[in-house]
Ligand binder design. Structure first.
Ligand code: HDD
Length: 701
């Protein structure tokens, strides 16, 4: 018997201190029969052979053999969390949905994801992020299945397999994983130019979010809301993060991909566990439903277009707080099944041809992924209100239905279930707005879908110089990985339709002639809401690395407490694991950390010299970097990277400057400050609230 099976059940608690799910007194077979040995198969004698009659062995291996299910064909890699949505109660005039009534609270489950990578791929790939929310309302489940980017690559669901085949790893060798930096992606988007706007957003900092907690969410399509008297209006949904919209740099994203592929998943779970609950406000842009589905020249049915907030302000109608991590990744985050057609009375779809195709795809895909038609009975997918659907049987049926007449009309079950009554003042079922439609049946697209560049240009021109520089670098990197010269040239021609300077800069990086500017589009007014720079934001859950020497820093406990009191998370980084002299637990060692873990660094006093026998070096390389006492190459690297990523670096005394000078950093650089211990937490909070020391980044070059 192993030690583990000798433990009393009560001693095993999960991370939230709850009892384990399998809390029977002893191990059993799946039929509940007691087992006293799960270490040895049933054999003839001590050395075998094994007997076929060993049911426990066969059952255990059979179940294990079938533990994996097909991963999602897109959005395979994700992270989820539970929470609550609270309505502000100000949507009643334009939406009859019950969950938007004043003060109403509704449970939610959210799954964030990358699109292209497979289930085990890195979190920080340059990609769009999924932002899917399941509202368990009293009137059934409402799914808002959106992204962190308000526009999409294609205008018709018919093209979805094409764009996905292009971005996925190339089929001959199945590389590269979770990346758009390869021939087939750029081949497609440079030929199918409706994709140019979404691609530009992906090449911007939005394609590499700092955290799921720091992303906007968008419903992308235009939906239709139905007011209490049946009055329709058109709407675009937005999620606005309390912490603001922030991004990684490309270098950070690549570092994290290797050093911590679970970077975003860990960040979300850690923040929730630490009580820094992520929050978003739900907002709507409302448009009159006058039959044109057009607003100020923007076709609201074209999912490659967004409506700038300056033209239609976002009205906030409720708040979502995520406060509980899933207990079991597979049961919840993997098995959750979203669908843009999961709607509640008061919210309806429109004729957006991308949305209409999605209505087929999501039901269809779950049949394969979740193994049959009863996936709505899986706990995370179950509505919290009673279900009475008359559906019967099928794989994995969990309900034991009563009665003999699962059909309508019937007399044998007393005519049940009855039809729902129309709400007061309602002349049609609230889930089916009686929209007029007519027209010839044909495969075609409207003229209003033909402008592929004006909004891409608007987005680019709305960004700061630093953000535009990042975009130039992103295209230069991605197209630099594209080995087909004709594709590179074609894409640079597309950039010339967005901005001449952008095209010229990327052309130079690729060794091409700058194309002649080809601007066919008018300059739309820019939108300040699109830039991430220039405000300050709450610092909840931001990670601060306090780099200490062998014994810690005399005031390390007080410092950590002051940082925590500001809502940030201090992490002590020391040469070895264990505790500092003041008894403070050491969170990371020089060996186990990298700069990407921190939003700012505090250098606390003199750091140990290289070659100190008590400081294990993972590599001899760099041991001769300097004789300076602060020249441990891992600390030098940490400081250099933090500096390059424009993170604040605060020094607590002159001795801390040793690490700076070994890293080749001048003490008077922006965001590098000598502070006294009393002022440290306040100064940190101010600097981190701006996300980065933006002045340290070179602007456009
Ligand atoms: Fe999709 C998953 C978002 C267009 C077909 N999609 C999926 C997920 C998100 C989105 C967030 C992951 C849900 C989860 O976490 O389980 N998809 C979008 C957005 C789109 C979009 C915002 C455009 C505005 N999708 C789209 C089209 C099609 C699909 C046009 C097909 C015609 N999407 C799927 C899918 C997935 C999916 C194949 C894979 C797994 C799943 O549905 O459950 O059905």
């Amino acid at each position: 018997m192993t030690n583990e099976s000798a433990h009393p059940t009560e001693s095993r608690k999960n991370r939230e201190g709850k009892a384990p799910s399998q809390s029977a007194e002893h191990l059993t077979t799946s039929q509940g029969s007691p087992l006293s040995d799960t270490d040895h198969s049933l054999k003839v004698g001590e050395r075998g052979p094994i007997l076929l009659q060993d049911h426990h062995l066969r059952e255990k291996i059979m179940h294990f053999d079938h533990e994996r299910i097909p991963e999602r064909v897109v959005h395979a890699r994700g992270a989820g969390a539970h929470g609550t949505f609270t309505s502000y109660g100000n949507a009643g005039d334009f939406c009859a949905a019950d969950f938007l009534k004043p003060g109403k609270q509704t449970e939610v489950f959210v799954r964030f994801s990358t699109v292209a990578g497979s289930r085990g791929s890195m979190d920080t790939a340059r990609d769009t992020r999924g932002f899917a929310t399941k509202f368990y309302t009293d009137e059934g489940v409402f799914d808002l299945v959106g992204n962190n980017i308000p526009v999409f690559f294609i205008q018709d669901g018919m093209k979805f397999p094409d764009v996905v085949h292009a971005v996925k790893p190339e089929p001959d060798r199945e590389i590269p994983q979770a990346q758009s930096a390869h021939n087939t992606f750029w081949d497609f988007v440079s030929l199918h130019t409706p994709a140019q706007a979404h691609t530009l957003w992906n090449m911007s900092d939005r394609g590499i979010p700092r955290s799921y907690r720091m992303m906007e969410g968008f419903g992308v399509h235009t939906f239709r809301l139905i007011g209490p008297e049946g009055k329709p209006s058109l709407v675009k949904f937005h999620w606005k993060p309390k912490l603001g919209v922030h991004s990684l740099t490309w270098e950070e994203a690549q570092l994290a991909g290797g050093a911590d592929p679970d970077f975003h998943r860990r960040d979300l779970a850690d923040a929730i566990e630490a009580g820094a609950f992520p929050e978003w406000e739900l907002g709507v842009q409302l448009f009159e439903d006058d039959g044109t589905a057009t607003f100020q020249g923007i076709d609201l049915l074209d999912p490659t277009k967004f409506v700038p907030e300056g033209l239609a302000p976002v009205q906030l109608i409720g708040k979502m707080v995520l406060d509980r991590n899933p207990s079991n990744y597979f049961a919840e985050t993997e098995q959750v099944a979203f669908h843009p057609g999961h709607l509640v009375p008061g919210i309806d779809i429109t004729d957006d041809p991308l949305l209409q195709a999605r209505l087929f795809s999501y039901l269809d895909t779950q049949l394969t992924r979740l193994g049959g038609p009863n996936f709505s009975q899986i706990p995370v997918n179950q509505p919290k209100n009673p279900v009475n659907d008359m559906f019967r049987d099928g794989f994995h049926q969990h309900n034991i239905h009563e009665g003999v007449a699962p059909y309508q009309p019937n007399s044998l079950d007393g005519g049940c279930p009855f039809m729902a009554d129309l709400a007061e003042g309602q002349s049609f079922p609230a889930l089916e707005y009686p929209q007029e439609t007519s027209g010839a049946k044909k495969r075609s697209e409207p003229v209003s879908f033909s402008d592929h560049y004006s909004q891409a240009r608007l987005f680019y021109r709305s960004l700061s110089a630093q953000e535009r520089e990042h975009i130039k670098q992103a295209y230069s990197f991605e197209l630099g990985k594209c080995t087909d010269a004709a594709i590179r040239e074609r894409q640079v021609q597309c950039l010339a339709e967005i901005d001449g300077d952008l095209a010229a800069s990327v052309a130079t990086a690729l060794g091409l002639e700058a194309p002649a500017a080809q601007l066919d589009v008018e300059d739309l007014p820019t939108s300040s809401a699109l830039s991430q720079i220039g405000s300050s934001w709450p610092v909840d859950g931001r990670q601060i690395g306090i780099v200490v020497g062998l014994r810690g820093y005399p005031q390390d406990r007080a410092l950590a407490e002051a940082i925590s009191a500001k809502g940030m998370t201090p992490l002590i980084v020391a040469p070895h694991a264990g505790a500092t002299d003041s008894g403070l637990e050491i969170d990371r060692t020089y060996f186990t950390t990298r700069s990407i873990e921190f939003d700012a660094l505090v250098l606390a006093g003199a750091l140990p010299p290289v070659g100190d026998a008590r400081v294990p070096l993972d590599t001899k390389a760099g041991a001769d970097v300097s004789d300076s006492p602060a020249a441990d190459p891992r600390v030098v690297l940490l400081v250099q990277e933090a500096y390059r990523q424009s993170k604040p670096i605060l020094c607590l005394d002159e001795a801390s400057f040793g690490a700076l000078s070994a890293a080749g950093i001048a003490g008077e650089a922006p965001g590098v400050e000598l502070v006294d211990a009393q002022a440290l937490a306040g100064t940190l909070a101010e600097l981190v609230a701006a996300h980065r020391v933006w002045g340290r980044f070179p602007a456009e070059g």
